[in-house]
Design a protein around this ligand. Structure first.
Ligand code: ADP
Ligand code: MG
Length: 485
């Protein structure tokens, strides 16, 4: 009945932490099984629409190792694809109608004529799906713009926590973009195909993925109304399997980096704190606008240009590098605040910490890249330990800046980070835009379960909604899951 043309990449050698047995108290999610998830979304499509879908497409959430609120400033960020993905079953239509339903939004099937989609009209979750169709048509390239009478039926099911800082929105956009691109092929004269998310991706394939990332950014900014900067969409579409991606947002160039803490007995603890955020309620946009106004006051297109090209402090010891970063952050923040005051005639009406955080995180990431590259070439165990310790410190430094300068933390997040550190994490931080969401920690593998138990216990004793713990395994970029013959 169904012939699997492209089974999505799954390689057990990429497992980055051992299978985790459930322990008393902490709720551990199960790692998704692609084949089961594909079958589930296919069956849901059939019960929603009454016929077989043509195929299934999927895209991952991401764990951003470092660099928050800096993609839109031309900073560099370090996302890794998660094993948790959004799956979309779909079929093409020829009447220009887009229908979508989501397992996460039950009893809310939406319908629109693609040609009727305009900014500001649609509301809610469907804006992320319809926005992609709209943005594909804005993009201009005939290979991406949808054929005139093209339409689609889509059914969505996601294993990425929704609103949890792990980028369910970009996973939804990226899987929609791939589904619409593939489904529209038979209605086009020439169709472009996305290769599977292989390790040896061609430059042409990455270039197409980069264009689709721009489509998804436009969809999220213009139709969904969330002013995110491009980190999430680039990670969902352009990541390489099992690698972190250093993305330089001055030009969206990428550099894959090998990150394998399990080789040294370490693992990522990823915690959905069950305190969903709302990025479109203004808190994110106000901080973005503040740091962008600092760029303009200083006369730069990107705030990143106010900093030197090389921020790695290569061969400078950790403590000294930290001191030099702090000096640079201070002097740049002073200059930006003065330039803003000069430009507006009054001191800026936002906290200085918002600008400080931007300089701070823009300086942390290049140092983390330097540390990760040093790990690739250092064999000596003590030296490796030292490098991992510094990586952990960089994570926690970023958290402290998000809590105290950017002020996007909340008590559940603060307490989760505190417990991780008390239980032996090398570093811990918020992932994503904050105001709730997820926490990640770099920990000795053998401490994962006891730390999770302690966190679950604390949440229960405070009467907070229970957190969820997400086992990690290497993920891969947006891909076609399978297509019916
Ligand atoms: P995050 O991307 O960190 O998960 P966002 O606030 O950016 O959080 O995006 C969450 C929003 O994206 C949801 O409120 C919903 O509108 C939409 N969304 C994400 N995943 C799904 C899904 N599986 N089904 C329907 N809507 C979704
Ligand atoms: Mg998002």
């Amino acid at each position: 009945m169904f012939h699997v043309k492209h089974l999505s990449q799954k390689d057990d050698s990429m497992t980055s932490s051992p299978e985790i047995s459930p322990s008393l108290g902490a709720h551990w999610e199960s790692l998704p099984d692609d084949a089961q998830e594909i079958e589930r979304v296919r069956a849901s499509f059939i019960s929603a629409y009454g016929y077989e879908p043509e195929g299934v497409w999927s895209a991952p959430g991401r764990l951003n190792l470092l660099g928050e609120y800096i993609d839109f400033l031309g900073g560099t960020c370090l996302p890794m694809p998660l094993p948790y993905r959004t799956y979309i079953a779909g079929s093409a239509r020829t009447d220009g109608v887009l229908r979508a339903a989501s397992a996460q939004m039950p009893a809310d099937t939406r319908t629109v004529m693609i040609s009727d989609i305009v900014p500001g009209q649609l509301k809610g979750w469907f804006t992320y799906v319809a926005g992609v169709a709209w943005a594909m048509n804005q993009e201009g390239g005939r290979d991406i713009a949808l054929p005139e009478h093209f339409g689609a039926d889509l059914y969505i099911n996601s294993r990425v926590p929704v609103g949890g800082g792990l980028s369910s929105s970009a996973a939804l956009e990226a899987s929609t973009a791939l589904a619409l691109l593939d489904l529209s092929c038979p209605q086009r004269e020439n169709c472009v195909e996305i290769d599977r998310a292989a390790q040896d991706r061609s430059a042409a394939n990455d270039a197409l993925r980069a264009r689709l990332a721009q489509v998804c950014i436009n969809a999220e900014n213009t139709i969904a109304g969330a002013q995110t900067g491009g980190l999430d969409q680039s990670a969902a579409l352009r990541s390489l399997p099992g690698q972190a991606l250093a993305i330089d947002f001055r030009d969206f160039s990428i550099e894959p980096l090998h990150v394998a803490p399990e080789q040294d007995g370490l693992a990522w603890l990823v915690i959905d704190t069950n305190t969903p955020h709302e990025l479109i309620d203004g808190g994110f946009a106000a901080r973005r606008a503040a740091s962008e106004s600092a760029s303009h006051a200083l006369g730069y297109s990107f705030l990143r240009r106010a900093l030197p090209e090389d921020l790695s402090f290569a061969d400078v010891p950790e403590r000294e590098a930290k001191a030099q970063r702090a000096n640079r952050v201070d002097s740049c923040t002073n200059a930006a605040m003065l330039a803003l005051e000069d430009a507006e005639g009054t001191p800026p009406d936002f906290p200085r910490g918002w600008v400080r955080h931007a300089f701070h995180d823009m300086m942390l990431v290049p140092r983390a890249i330097y540390v990760l590259k040093a790990l690739e070439t250092t064999a000596e165990p003590q030296e490796r330990q030292k490098l991992y310790k510094e990586l952990g410190h960089l994570l926690t430094e970023s958290f402290v800046s998000m809590r105290d300068e950017l002020r996007v933390s909340r008590v559940e997040i603060d307490e989760t980070v505190r417990l991780c550190l008390e239980h032996g994490a090398l570093g811990a931080r918020i992932v994503g835009g904050g105001f709730g969401g997820a926490v990640m920690a770099l920990m000795p593998q053998e401490l994962l379960e006891s730390t999770a138990d302690a966190i679950a216990h604390l949440y229960a004793s405070c009467g907070w909604a229970p957190p969820r713990f997400l086992p990690m395994r290497a993920g891969y970029a947006a891909d076609i899951a399978y297509k019916r013959d």
